[in-house]
Design a protein around this ligand. Structure first.
Ligand SMILES: N[C@@H](CCC(=O)N[C@@H](CS)C(=O)NCC(=O)O)C(=O)O
Length: 208
């Protein structure tokens, strides 16, 4: 199995899940800033030119899309306990993962980091960034209000939803330098204590 990733990108969440599972895997770094995602070698791996992508090592097309990769890893490694066993618990876990990857990632952070993807007019970019910063505050606030677990997102315990939430928390704190609301902040601190998170950060050359 090989994870295609970029240091500090959303693939960090999948990297953490692989470290939590603890089975051998390889890492393949994709230099996004240099445009390596558009080069034929990587397009052959992931025609969508994005990370994460997980080569399953069985000759099949690499698995793409964070929620699909995370669910696959959790369901195919039940002993790691990364997904609740009951159907509603599983649906709630995927609900949280989808909020991170489908709403928070694009509309709070991609808008800030790459405003050109949201408006072709350069003069609009400061407004796009400002709107995205407001979105981040609003979206983390929603998570704080609906928080159902104790330390972890799910009341059943640690899951793939925690690894997903971590990469956007990391961006908010380390890249944007903005605070998190109390329960989300407590979760972020607890994530930083996990050896799997520490290993993933270290392997990506990132500070805790
Ligand atoms: N829908 C994809 C989005 C993945 C994504 O946006 N990845 C970013 C890194 S955080 C990327 O590869 N960007 C490269 C680019 O857009 O050129 C998923 O959930 O996996």
């Amino acid at each position: 199995m090989k994870l295609y990733y970029a240091p500090g990108a959303c693939s960090l969440g999948i990297h953490i899940i692989l470290e939590e599972i603890g089975k051998p895997y390889e890492l393949g770094q994709v230099a996004l800033k240099e445009g390596a995602q558009h080069k034929p070698e990587y397009v052959a791996v992931n025609p969508k030119s994005k990370v994460p992508a997980l080569d399953l090592g069985d000759g099949s097309r690499a698995l793409t899309e964070f929620p699909a990769i995370a669910a696959y890893l959790a369901l195919s490694n039940p002993e790691a306990g990364l997904m609740p066993k009951d159907p509603l618990g599983q649906a709630r876990t995927l609900e949280a993962v989808d909020y991170v990857t489908g709403t928070i990632h694009p509309h709070a952070f991609t808008r800030q980091f790459r405003p050109n993807m949201f408006s072709l007019r350069e003069e609009d970019h400061p407004k796009v960034v400002e709107q995205a910063r407001g979105n981040a505050e609003k979206f983390f606030g929603v998570l704080d209000r609906i928080w159902a677990g104790e330390t972890w997102v799910m009341p059943q315990g640690y899951s793939i939803a925690d690894a997903a939430l971590f990469f956007v928390q990391y961006w908010q704190v380390k890249r944007v330098g903005q605070p998190l609301p109390p329960k989300v902040e407590r979760h972020y601190r607890a994530m930083l204590e996990r050896p799997a998170v520490q290993r993933a950060l270290e392997q990506e050359g990132l500070s805790a």
